[in-house]
Ligand binder design. Structure first.
Ligand SMILES: [Zn+2]
Length: 88
């Protein structure tokens, strides 16, 4: 199993993914153009998802929050910092 990227490598990977998919996928599916700020795991790592590009979709903060609530079965307000990462 691949080791999760940390620090500088994780930042570079996140930037690369956002460049590859600069618009929020969920908004786009509703004909809304919103800049993506969060590369999201389609299948969460905690549920056996991989950290490969094909398990990543780029979302805006609002959609990411909605998706996360959906995936974990409850709604939870997640505070994110300026980079769009959860503070916790
Ligand atoms: Zn969105």
């Amino acid at each position: 199993m691949a080791e999760r990227l940390r620090g500088r490598a994780a930042v570079a990977q996140r930037r690369r993914r956002l460049q590859a998919e600069p618009l929020c996928r969920d908004c786009k599916s509703r004909d809304i153009i919103t800049a993506a700020t969060v590369p999201d795991h389609i299948v969460p790592l905690t549920q056996g998802g991989s950290d490969d590009d094909n398990n990543i979709r780029c979302l805006c903060a609002d959609c990411h929050q909605a998706r996360t609530a959906e995936q974990f079965g409850y709604r939870r307000r997640i505070e994110v910092n300026a980079d769009g990462w959860p503070c916790a």
